[in-house]
Write a protein that binds this ligand. Structure first.
Ligand SMILES: [Zn+2]
Length: 211
């Protein structure tokens, strides 16, 4: 996407320069300049993604502590230690952890369980006034679910360079084609979130556990 916009901007800027040099049509060259500038603005917007610039709040730490409690439970159950907690304002709607192994369900990620049960409790599938705290950056499935539930905000601890879709591999909430409104921020209690995952994989990898 960025490459496409960048290419368009370069082509039209080149066109504008040629028109200006050879004095070919004032209107055409002005349109080319406008188009290339708007393309560059789009690149800047897309690069910013949906990442929040606002500072982390005390509530963010409270929410992430709850998610970490859940991640500890997952670790004790032999699951990849990812936990999540869904809040409506400061009210906890649901907290859960990864249950893929125990439930034999590939969709039983902590985020999916929180969105499903939290929406049931709220009696509304639209979660625009809710914040989801999760210890690991959401995968493609969960990032999609954030958008489809119209979640207001997602806060995650550790980034996932292999599958994360809130800024690492991709920034799904920022894709303008999807018209999403979910803001995300990361790095809250990042070291603690990452330490749990490192512990799990250092202990389990020799047995061939496949994340
Ligand atoms: Zn997921």
């Amino acid at each position: 996407m960025i490459f496409k916009e960048f290419t368009q901007a370069v082509i039209f800027l080149s066109g504008f320069t040629l028109c200006a040099v050879f004095r070919i049509g004032v209107t055409v060259s002005a349109e080319m300049l406008t188009f290339s500038v708007s393309s560059l603005i789009m690149i800047a917007d897309y690069s910013r993604g949906r990442r929040e610039a606002e500072p982390v709040t005390r509530m963010d730490e409270t929410g992430m502590r709850k998610a970490l409690e859940e991640a500890e439970k997952a670790l004790a159950e032999g699951e990849v230690p990812v936990g999540a907690a869904l809040y409506h304002g400061d009210e906890l709607l649901w907290a859960d952890h990864n249950r893929r192994e125990v439930s034999k369900d590939p969709t039983a990620h902590a985020e999916m369980l929180c969105l499903r049960h939290g929406a049931e409790k709220l009696r509304d599938w639209r979660l625009k006034d809710c914040t989801l705290y999760v210890t690991l950056e959401p995968c493609p499935m969960c990032s999609g679910a954030l958008l489809m539930s119209r979640l207001g905000r997602c806060v995650f601890g550790a980034a996932d360079p292999d599958a994360g879709c809130c800024g690492s591999v991709y920034d799904l909430p920022a894709d303008p084609a999807l018209h999403g409104h979910t803001l995300w921020t990361h790095g809250v209690l990042e070291m603690e979130c990452k330490a749990l995952l490192d512990r799990f994989f250092s202990e389990r990898r020799p047995e061939g556990v496949n994340q």
